[in-house]
Ligand binder design. Structure first.
Ligand code: NIG
Ligand code: FE
Length: 399
């Protein structure tokens, strides 16, 4: 019997390993990558392949580039309807906050999402998930937060899981019950927080419906005290913590999240240096969302240089949602991160691979091509991985 019996072997292309040990893309020209039992079993130069290997299947990359499958680490993919009407209102001068305060915004999507059946919601979400997949995504984080009552939140989380099964995507789910205060709890924020902590988080944790809990911590949503209660409850039930922080103003949500060892803090346009230092210390990943920055015509840039200075891992994501980022291409987001935030193409690619894996606590399993990691890959008809950021919304040949 031969020593190396692989299931699949890729040859004749460029591997972009993003190996954290390499200070650049980790390119291996004329590389070979072998898969056994869905794990990467070997990779290196084709000329270094062991003499005694055999593989069930051999795939010719025809000079294409093979990267780790992309990871979209922040989406609100499951929702009903759309908000094209609000887009027009904003173009005529209304602000996002004004629309939210007058009962539109998140709550208008909540209304549509509550009314949709499981099947209707699934049907509306599938095209978005397919488009993400076409942009090279193999892992996607999906938040709830457009149900805001027991049954609707559970419905969203179950649709998210079903999307994973149907489309062959790895789905991580996040409970974002603290996205907005639903109409039936109007002016009773404390009661709503108590409901989330007493009745929702325990069930969601016990039934393993979510990996993380997220809070929209902001003047127009939940204050620090309310955010803290949710984080305490989530920690008690062993769920990971994420936070929509410092998106529209600086209220100190990032430092609070850092105290709870959040895996990520997301948005961060108004983050200051103290906040950056706090997440540098807690090992929290900064997730930047250029789609929302663009769509809200935001002027305040996230503190990229401070994040670099304090060596905070930077991830980027679509934030796919109907109100601030109706986008389903992660490669478009890579381009936006470079043009709007001046990330380098290498930073952008790390932002949707290894650093996005960190934002999901999965950096030991996915996000780079290394022996022992899960073998999900994306293949691109390009000659160098920088082209993924350079082209506007590139599509993968396959994932
Ligand atoms: O990530 N900021 C809060 N949540 C979403 C927007 C939700 C909405 O407007 O529907 C975001 O930008
Ligand atoms: Fe978001």
């Amino acid at each position: 019997m031969k020593n190396k019996e692989w299931d699949q072997l890729y040859v004749n292309g460029t591997l972009c390993t993003l190996d954290p040990a390499d200070s650049s893309f980790g390119l291996i020209k004329d590389g070979a990558l072998a898969i056994k039992d869905n794990l990467i079993a070997w990779l290196g130069k084709r000329s270094d392949l062991p003499a005694d290997y055999s593989s069930e299947v051999e795939i010719n990359l025809n000079q294409q580039v093979l990267t780790p499958g992309l990871i979209d680490c922040h989406t609100h993919l499951v929702y009903a309807g759309n908000r094209a009407d609000e887009f027009e209102k904003r173009l005529n001068g209304a602000t996002y906050e004004e629309i939210a305060k007058s009962g539109g915004g998140i709550l208008s999507t909540v209304k549509a999402t509550r009314q949709a059946s499981f099947d209707e919601l699934l049907e509306q979400t599938i095209p978005r998930a397919k488009q993400l997949k076409e942009s090279g995504v193999t892992t996607v984080e999906i938040k709830s937060g457009y149900g805001l009552d027991f049954d609707s939140e559970i419905k969203i989380l179950k649709v998210a899981k079903k999307i994973g099964e149907l489309l062959g995507l790895r789905v991580k789910t996040t409970f974002l019950g603290a996205h907005s205060i639903p109409p039936e709890f109007k002016n009773r924020a404390e009661d709503y927080i108590n409901f989330l902590c007493a009745e929702m988080i325990p069930v969601i944790a016990n039934e393993k419906l979510a990996d993380f809990v997220d809070v929209f911590s902001e003047k127009i949503a939940f204050n620090l005290e309310q955010t803290k209660k949710i984080f305490e409850c989530a920690s008690e039930y062993g769920l990971g913590i994420k936070c929509h922080a410092e998106q529209l103003s600086n209220i100190g949500a990032t430092e609070l999240a850092a105290r709870f060892k959040a895996v990520s803090v997301d948005h961060l346009e108004f983050l200051d240096e103290d906040g950056v230092k706090a997440i540098a210390k807690s090992g929290t990943t900064a997730v930047l969302l250029p789609g929302a920055f663009y769509f809200l015509r935001e002027q305040q840039l996230p503190p990229i240089d401070l994040l670099r200075k304090h060596e905070v891992p930077i991830a980027i994501a679509t934030d796919c949602n109907p109100g601030t980022s109706p986008v389903t291409s992660l490669t478009l987001i890579m381009n936006m991160a470079c043009t709007l935030f001046r990330l380098t193409p290498l930073e952008a690619l790390r932002g949707v691979t290894i650093n996005a894996a960190k934002a999901l606590g999965m950096e030991n399993k996915i996000g780079s091509l290394e022996v022992g990691k899960i073998a999900d890959v994306a293949i691109w008809d390009i000659r160098h991985p920088a082209e993924l950021s350079y082209s506007i919304g590139f599509r993968s040949s396959s994932t």
